[in-house]
Design a protein around this ligand. Structure first.
Ligand code: IPD
Length: 284
């Protein structure tokens, strides 16, 4: 059967607003629990928002699959080729706990494991990003992404880039070493000396910032499908690229965990090669 992606987008935008109300009304009121360690956090609001979203998705689209961060069971929940809502109820939970206004709800939709609709809503700053494969992506309904085109004649290079990074929740081991060594190489005067790093604390917010043309790239190891599915559509429809975050991986699957997201425009292909040359080791 033909699936009407515009209808799905409109449904998800409406749902994101409902989720946003639940998120903002609980700000500053929730206690949190540790998941894997003391920096991997979850609140009651994460679970409440996922329940709301999953319930409404199942009512309206009972034949579609659902994958969400809070109901995910490692080794049991599997992403299939079926039409699937891929949802992070609150992306940026640590921000939510600290009232740093960069949390969002990330509502993606994939067919054949390929992201085709993405809605990312930050209810604190009232930023509604939405994209449909083949139809572009927009901020708040009318502002076409990217919001800012690179200046004419300018070429993206490591040296003129503003790059989104995250420390992640693994604070020891191989991935932590690879990240810290790579950050140092990218930042150092005797390395690539990028303009700067920013950590928005939410994978989806970082991807939307690349889509908007506010960040040039975002590199992450340790994401899940729900962190990237919605942002992937928004970014690629804004002319950007999502590739695997280790050297040589050009076609990442939505269910792998290591990504490099890059804005489009002149120099972006070479930028990916140069970024890969700066990675000290390989993320696991
Ligand atoms: C996390 C955030 C964080 C990123 C992690 C994600 P959560 O999602 O997006 O910025 O570094 O990879 O898991 O736990 O806040 O939903």
């Amino acid at each position: 059967a033909n699936i009407d992606l515009v209808e799905i987008r409109d449904f998800l935008v409406d749902l994101a607003k409902q989720a946003g109300e639940l998120i903002t009304s609980n700000t500053g009121k929730t206690s949190y629990d540790d998941k894997v360690n003391s920096v991997d956090l979850v609140t009651e609001t994460d679970a409440a928002v996922e329940k709301l979203v999953a319930t409404i998705c199942a009512e309206k689209y009972p034949h579609f699959e659902f994958m969400g961060e809070e109901s995910y069971v490692p080794g049991v929940t599997k992403l299939t080729d079926k039409p699937t809502f891929i949802v992070d109820p609150i992306d940026g939970t640590t921000n939510f706990i600290h009232s740093f206004p960069f949390s969002c709800t990330s509502l993606g939709f994939a067919i054949n494991r390929h992201p085709v609709v993405g809605v990312v809503y930050n209810p604190f700053l009232n930023l509604m990003y939405a994209g449909i494969k083949g139809r572009g992506s927009f901020l708040n309904g009318t502002q076409k992404l990217p919001l800012r085109e690179p200046p004419v004649g300018s070429k993206l290079t490591l040296q003129n880039a503003l790059i989104g990074i995250e420390w992640g929740t693994q604070r020891s081991g191989v991935n932590f070493e690879v990240k810290t060594d790579t950050f140092k190489k990218l930042a150092a005067e005797d390395g690539n000396m990028v303009h700067g790093f920013r950590s928005l604390g939410s994978a989806a917010m970082n991807m939307c910032a690349v889509a908007a043309g506010q960040l040039d790239a975002y590199w992450e190891g340790g994401c899940y499908a729900w962190d990237v599915c919605a942002g992937w559509v928004i970014l690629t429809e804004a002319g950007g690229r999502v590739v695997g975050g280790n050297p040589g991986i050009w076609e990442p699957a939505v269910d792998q965990r290591i990504y490099l997201a890059v804005r489009g425009g002149d120099g972006s292909e070479q930028f990916i090669e140069d970024f890969w040359d700066s990675i000290e080791g390989e993320l696991e």
